[in-house]
Design a protein around this ligand. Structure first.
Ligand code: HEC
Ligand code: HEC
Length: 162
């Protein structure tokens, strides 16, 4: 049932729905738990997570983590390719999300993620409406202007995840 929304191979083709392929295993399991507990809320995802056991969440995380992320269809503008890389360093996105923005442990892969999804999450962290386990991401988003967010989204969505 996950694949109807997240794509048959875990690579979403809907700009508002995240890809799961190649996400760190711990990230997937943790986010499913957050949805089930009601800390993170979404009208489509919350009812699905409500019915998952701990074992289901671990199995699903292990499965999607092993699928390969396909090259993104998004094309970053030349200006934002340069500017986005500068912002990702300046705001230390790469410190936590990794030098190639592939994520690690409970921290998500951003490279090649769907653009509208990235934008919604960044605006949500800034507005403190997207749940955040340790507060790190909410803090990281405070300095971002709307224009910074647009540049970062255009940059991240076009990065190949490998
Ligand atoms: C009806 C569509 C739909 C179905 C079915 C669905 N999801 Fe989702 N899922 C979403 C949407 C939409 C989001 C983004 C929610 C948001 O904006 O916070 C999401 C988010 C997620 C996230 C968070 C990813 C991240 O990067 O933080 C995970 C993990 C996830 N889904 C796993 C699953 C799994 C596993 C299944 C099957 C058991 C599933 N989803 C079924 C629509 C769906
Ligand atoms: C101090 C560490 C840290 C820094 C710095 C940081 N992040 Fe994050 N980020 C996280 C963590 C941890 C999460 C998962 C939050 C959670 O759900 O609890 C996250 C989640 C996200 C998400 C949600 C993606 C998804 O799949 O749900 C986006 C988008 C994001 N970060 C973008 C950025 C950008 C862009 C920057 C730089 C401006 C940045 N992050 C800087 C730690 C960090």
């Amino acid at each position: 049932m996950c694949i109807g929304c997240h794509g048959g191979d875990g690579n979403s083709t809907n700009k508002t729905i995240p890809s799961l392929a190649g996400q760190p295993r711990q990230l997937i399991a943790t986010q499913l738990f957050q949805f089930r507990q009601g800390n993170r809320k979404d009208p489509q995802m919350s009812p699905i997570a409500a019915n998952l056991s701990n074992a289901d969440m671990n199995d699903l995380a292990a499965y999607f983590a092993t699928l390969k992320a396909t090259p993104p269809s998004h094309r970053t503008s030349a200006d934002n390719a340069k500017l986005g890389a500068e912002l990702a360093k300046k705001y230390q996105c790469t410190q936590c999300h990794g030098p190639s923005l592939l994520g690690q442990q409970h921290i998500p892969r951003l490279a090649g993620q769907q653009p509208d999804y990235l934008r919604t999450q960044l605006k949500g962290f800034k507005a403190n409406t997207r749940a955040d386990m340790d507060g790190n991401m909410t803090s990281a988003a405070q300095a971002l202007s709307d224009n910074d967010i647009d540049v970062l989204v255009d940059y991240l969505a076009g990065l190949t995840a490998e």
